[in-house]
Design a protein around this ligand. Structure first.
Ligand SMILES: NC(=O)c1ccc[n+]([C@@H]2O[C@H](COP(=O)([O-])OP(=O)(O)OC[C@H]3O[C@@H](n4cnc5c(N)ncnc54)[C@H](OP(=O)(O)O)[C@@H]3O)[C@@H](O)[C@H]2O)c1
Length: 278
């Protein structure tokens, strides 16, 4: 059986295995291994799709199906994601954002976090939500937290500075600050986003999840510094509020971003993925 306790074995295997053709896998108490005999396998990966011969919760199955093409791409990946309503709102005008998406989608988000080596957010997300940014819903590895804080406003009162996981804070500021479990990386204000991107590209972190908010995500989309952009869409109409992306206005629809796309069901919600690779 694949469950919240052992799903990360599968993700770890898929991330590490360099040769993902048609393969058959068996779950053991220590992890996942390749097997020769297809009949005895628990999981089969064939023609870029994943088949489970064991019991698996439907959200976890759908999560694996959505994540497989991303994991199969062995290059470095910058994945943008945002949870939103059908009319592309992430919060009300008064800031209330809890909760637009269903709790099943949080499980998916934690799967996405568990395949990521780093999870990037803007400083407002830390200040407004005080998130932990961990993979609590499944037993998986926690990514290193990456925060963009140009003027170094953050203090040790936020949760990310109170556990044992590590953080990198990107700043332009000369302030001297001691943030717990944190490396502060000072980069020039000019081309700051590109500087962060180059820093991460040179680092050992291979999968970077850009989790928001809209300002942070939009900087990366505008400069085309992402490989995939995922919208987790709740079938909810909010009508007014804060938009999930805010790009510079365009004057002609031929300038709209049109990329190869994939739409997948995730419980009652939909995950729309735009592929920026080609
Ligand atoms: N629905 C979701 O999936 C989701 C995910 C995450 C967050 N959120 C929501 O998003 C809201 C916050 O979003 P937000 O757009 O206001 O803020 P944000 O993206 O969290 O943070 C934006 C701030 O970070 C700094 N920043 C980030 N990227 C930068 C860059 N490339 N260059 C320069 N500065 C950069 C700037 O700080 P300075 O202003 O100090 O210059 C900027 O104002 C929260 O309410 C949170 O609940 C939703």
């Amino acid at each position: 059986m694949i469950n919240h306790q052992n799903i990360s074995y599968l993700f770890d295997f898929l991330k590490k295995d360099k040769n993902l053709g048609n393969i058959s896998l068996k779950i053991t108490s220590k992890g996942i291994k390749k097997v020769k005999n297809n009949l005895k396998s628990d999981i089969v990966i064939k023609n870029n799709s994943i088949i489970f011969n064991v019991k698996i919760d439907s959200i976890l199955r759908q999560s694996c199906e959505i994540l497989l093409p991303i994991i199969q791409k062995k290059d470095r990946n910058f994945i943008g994601q945002i949870g939103q309503s059908l009319d592309a709102k992430i919060a009300l005008n008064n800031g209330n954002s809890h909760y637009i998406n269903e709790k099943e989608s949080i499980t998916y988000l934690h799967c996405l976090r568990s395949i990521s080596d780093g999870i990037l957010v803007g400083v407002n997300t830390i200040i407004k939500d005080n998130p932990l940014l961990t993979t609590r819903k499944i037993k998986g590895q926690n990514p290193i937290r990456l925060v963009i804080d140009p003027s170094l406003k953050l203090t040790n009162k936020y949760k990310i500075f109170k556990d044992k996981n590590t953080n990198i804070v990107f700043t332009n500021s000369n302030k001297k600050k001691n943030l717990n479990n944190t490396t502060i990386v000072k980069l020039p204000k000019n081309n700051f986003t590109l500087g962060i991107y180059k820093f991460l590209k040179k680092s050992s972190l291979k999968y970077i999840l850009i989790e928001g908010g809209p300002t942070t995500l939009s900087y990366f989309i505008e400069l085309k510094l992402i490989n995939y952009l995922q919208f987790i869409i709740s079938p909810t109409l909010i009508g007014s509020g804060i938009d999930s992306v805010k790009l510079k206005p365009i004057t002609n629809l031929n300038k709209a971003i049109r990329r190869p796309s994939n739409f997948a069901k995730l419980g009652k919600e939909i995950v729309a993925t735009l592929d920026f690779n080609s």
